[in-house]
Design a binder for this molecule. Structure first.
Ligand code: PLP
Length: 404
């Protein structure tokens, strides 16, 4: 009889979004006259920028003609896209990254889940708490996390680094030494970020203890403040200790189109084994490349018009974030994030649990957010609101919250 991968059976149910869905549906069925506003989603709502749509049309036409048709893409991605990435995302910021260190893919979710495959099973991972759940669950599936304790909602072999108001949502260096460190800044779910000096401390630490940092910069486009790094490669020494993940989902609205990339510098080595070669091997074996038309769409993000249009798109979401932040502050709530990120992270009032506040907000204001405890134990007593809705809905939701 065949056997399943038993590690999958260790995964606790992912109750967060299904429980939210069930609660919202039950409330909507019982109160059909109420207009529910959803500020819980992490998906974008604005249409694709015009420059992207134009590039898509053009590429589709090329695919319709035998002389310009494209089949399988090159393993690492088309050079036109990798060159545009290097110029705009790295050289323009003074980072020393080459095109052969860029691996184009279909998403930062899959990259963040798959990257662990090139590391040994006895490596110890460290994650921020609260955390984007993919980092932990992908390591559970691989069998790297030990046993699960349902009471503390933690894994025995995972190092959790609490990120709370007390430490400004930036983790402290852990007491136990990790081998793989997942960092995500600007952060989902806290919406907070890290300064370049703070990130430099992590780079120096990783180089000292021989750890690798997996740096998720999916929300880079939302950075507004000067001292916040856009890439970990702005820090000295990052080429020998860091992998960076980027996505076109949140800067250019590609959540339904799918495009991302991973940077694995040539200098990143375990002894004399270069990780770039391992990831190239993994990519070439298990992945046949992002579609030509989507890579052309990605190239258009870096055109003059594309850059202007994505700036406007991000600006629209950030106007929402600002409205949420200022509105809730004015109403006396303790709020964080929302400055370099589309996420606002609020403290629940009157020591309510995250789920109590979820129910309270749904009933009293008909507004849906995401309970912080769903992202990890240190997310308890926090609540996430997102800026990805329309401006009108955002304003109405905030006014309702202010009125309760
Ligand atoms: N990384 C983080 C931190 C995210 O919040 C998300 C999506 O919400 C992703 C990665 C997924 O990005 P992609 O759409 O490129 O798979």
């Amino acid at each position: 009889m065949f056997k399943v991968n038993e590690n999958y059976l260790k995964l606790p149910g992912s109750y967060l979004f299904s429980t939210i869905g069930k609660k919202v549906n039950a409330y909507a069925a019982a109160n059909p006259d109420k207009k529910i506003i959803r500020l819980g989603i992490g998906d974008v709502t604005q249409p694709l920028p015009a420059a992207v749509v134009e590039a898509l049309h053009k590429a589709v036409d090329e695919m319709a003609d035998a002389s310009t048709f494209h089949g399988y893409a090159p393993d690492l991605g088309y050079e036109f896209l990798r060159n545009a990435i290097v110029e705009n995302d790295f050289r323009a910021r003074g980072c020393d990254i080459r095109a052969d260190e860029i691996f184009v893919s279909d998403g930062a979710k899959s990259d963040s889940a798959n990257i662990q495959e090139i590391f040994g099973l006895d490596n110890k991972i460290a994650v921020c708490d609260p955390v984007y759940p993919v980092y932990v669950d992908s390591n559970v599936m691989a069998g790297r996390t030990g046993s699960y304790d349902a009471v503390s909602e933690t894994w025995s072999e995972v190092i959790y680094m609490p990120c709370t108001a007390e430490n400004g949502f930036v983790p402290e260096l852990p007491e136990k030494t990790p081998d793989m460190i997942y960092l995500c800044f600007p952060n989902n779910p806290t919406g907070c970020t890290i300064t370049k000096d703070q990130l430099q401390v992590w780079v120096d630490y990783a180089n000292k203890v021989g750890a690798v940092i997996i740096f998720d910069a999916a929300y880079e486009a939302y950075i507004a403040q000067e001292d916040v790094p856009h890439s970990i490669y702005e820090c000295d020494g990052a080429r020998t200790c860091a992998i960076e993940l980027r996505s076109f989902s949140k800067n250019a609205g590609f959540t339904g189109l799918r495009l991302a990339y991973t940077v694995v510098p040539g200098d990143l080595k375990a002894g004399d084994v270069a990780l770039n070669g391992l990831w190239a091997r993994r990519h070439g074996t298990k992945y046949n490349g992002a579609p030509y038309i989507v890579q052309r769409a990605g190239e258009a993000v870096y055109s003059k018009e594309g850059k202007q249009q994505i700036r406007e798109m991000v600006g629209r979401y950030m106007k929402n974030a600002h409205y949420i932040l200022e509105g809730l502050k004015g109403a006396g709530y303790e709020v964080y994030g929302g400055v370099n990120s589309p996420y606002v992270w609020m403290k629940t009032p009157d020591k309510m649990t995250s789920w109590e506040f979820f129910d309270y907000l749904l009933e009293k204001a008909n507004v849906v957010g995401t309970p912080g405890s769903g992202f990890g134990p240190s997310g308890e007593h926090y609540f996430r609101l997102t800026a990805f809705g329309s401006y009108e809905n955002t304003v109405e939701a905030v006014e309702r919250i202010k009125g309760i």
